[in-house]
Design a protein around this ligand. Structure first.
Ligand code: ADE
Length: 226
């Protein structure tokens, strides 16, 4: 898979893409992540990337020209499965979407800033709009990092069996059961006895019950979803 991220703050994305699972996935050649600075594509002598909003609304709007030039430059080289725009006014990203997107070959992710991008970029180039939650971030970069991370870890071969994504919270629509490691008794705080029983069937049943109980208590909305 190849992911191209379009941003006015490339430095913000260096960290998240250079550590842990994303680093390993890149080193294994399972994903290529390219971060592009929108400002480099501005034809303006001041290299501007934004301007005042028509109609007098507060806040700046990202200009069409540098974004369009960069999108066209990338599209000339390959076909993109999706051109995603990170914005709080969109459907909220979830595990089901991450699973779906992990099967694509080429993704472009545009990070918004200020009041967002000129609507005409959305109308003419964007194929998917994604929010990471009902709150407003300063820009789309951290949101793009979240979406990228959740996709890349699902690409076959990225996670070892040990850290398999199959048992993650949300993967089956439920939250994960609690986990414990040694020692079995820490100052009187005991691990549930069943986990030490060696009875795989009972342990699995216990885990399923815990998942259901925690989901019902913390996120009952998940049980209502299709
Ligand atoms: N940009 C600003 N806030 C955002 C959010 N919640 N999701 C995605 N992009 C954003």
């Amino acid at each position: 898979m190849r992911i191209d991220v379009l941003t006015i703050l490339p430095e913000l994305l260096e960290g998240p893409f250079s550590h842990s699972i994303l680093k390993i996935a890149r080193e294994k050649g399972l994903v290529e992540i390219h971060v592009h600075n929108i400002r480099d594509y501005s034809t303006d002598k001041h290299r501007s990337v934004d301007d005042y909003a028509f109609g007098g609304a507060a806040g700046m709007v990202m200009l069409i020209q540098p974004i369009e030039s960069l999108i066209l430059h990338l599209k000339a080289q390959r076909t993109y499965d999706q051109i995603i725009y990170m914005t709080p006014d969109a459907k909220v990203w979830n595990q089901k979407m991450a699973n779906h997107y992990s099967m694509y070959n080429n993704l472009m992710i545009l990070c918004g800033h200020y009041k967002g991008v000129d609507q005409r970029i959305r109308d003419h180039y964007i194929t998917a709009e994604v929010s990471v939650g009902d709150y407003v971030l300063t820009g789309g970069e951290l949101a793009a990092a979240i979406v990228t991370d959740s996709i890349v870890r699902l690409i076959p071969g990225v996670l070892s069996d040990e850290s398999s994504a199959l048992t993650d919270s949300h993967q089956d629509g439920l939250l994960s059961p609690p986990v414990y490691t040694r020692p079995a008794d820490y100052n009187g705080w005991k691990v549930p006895g069943i986990l030490l029983s060696g009875n795989e069937k009972l342990i699995n049943e216990w885990r399923e019950n815990q998942s259901m109980e925690i989901t019902r208590r913390v996120r009952p909305d998940l049980l209502d979803e299709d």
